[in-house]
Write a protein of this length. Sequence first.
Length: 136
Amino acid sequence: MVEISDQELAQAKQRWAEERTERPIPNAVRFDHSSERIIVDFTNGASFMFPARAVEGLELATPTQLAEVELLGETGLHWENLDVDYTIIGLMNGIFGSNSFMQAQRRGGQSRSPAKAAASRANGAKGGRPKKTTKP
């Protein structure tokens, strides 16, 4: 077992406090109803926002449920009633869910479902996409 002296502990706490002052700390989080985005505010005045429904576990949530977001310390976001937690750094790095969820999100419009094929045929029967016109 490693013994740590009171002095070493005090020095480590001092280094942590100094490092903490050099980085932005999240101090508030909210759901913006008009844009349907989650907004995280930081102590340095910066904000980070992302579309709530792009996040796994939030895609079917009601606006009331989305507005119940809370900060989890200085590192995470938490929705108690939805049992959903994410790290802020993960969200800032574009990690909005599991690997399979993220791959499905990327495929989005590339899917070839029977409903999509039928809609495409119906649109084609109406003449399809209008031709681009060139400006004189």
